[in-house]
Design a protein around this ligand. Sequence first.
Ligand code: SF4
Length: 179
Amino acid sequence: MKRILLHVCCGVCAFASVERLKEEGYYVETFFYNPNIQPYQEYLKRKESAQKVSDITKVKNIDSKYNLFSWYKLCKSLKDEKEGGRRCGMCYKLRMKETFRVAESNQFDYFTTTLTISPHKVSSYIFEMGKLVGGDCFLDIDFKKKDGFIKSVRAAKEFNLYRQNYCGCAYSRHDITKS
Ligand code: SF4
């Protein structure tokens, strides 16, 4: 059985993605690595929700440290970019790079990410960053296909999972408070 490390951004996105990978015959573990999330209380809410999904789906979750500085170093100069632009590309790349490092050091065959389940994100951009850092070890799975997003919404209701209303960084939060 092939081993895959799934980067998870939150519990809601994790549920349907884990289920799909299991159905496709993978051994799955999850990795919550999101130094982009602000403020810290929000980070803790999403992390707790991701852990809850790991417990429900019975997959091991690998923990990581909150390193907001690493994210700011890369993305601060791109603060004025629109959501989905170059700042997001850097943000995806940072998270994929660390997921690849952890996947390699734990003998996983592949890694991928739940980020593609969001209808607000362009999967091909995420694939580009995953392939850039991980080559063939990155699997370009579009989790919003096969009703992935609908299933994640259903799971959020069924298991009472925390649902955020902005992408994660302070700039995306600012965007929603402006509108
Ligand atoms: S909007 Fe989302 S993907 Fe883009 S930089 Fe902020 S947290 Fe990262």
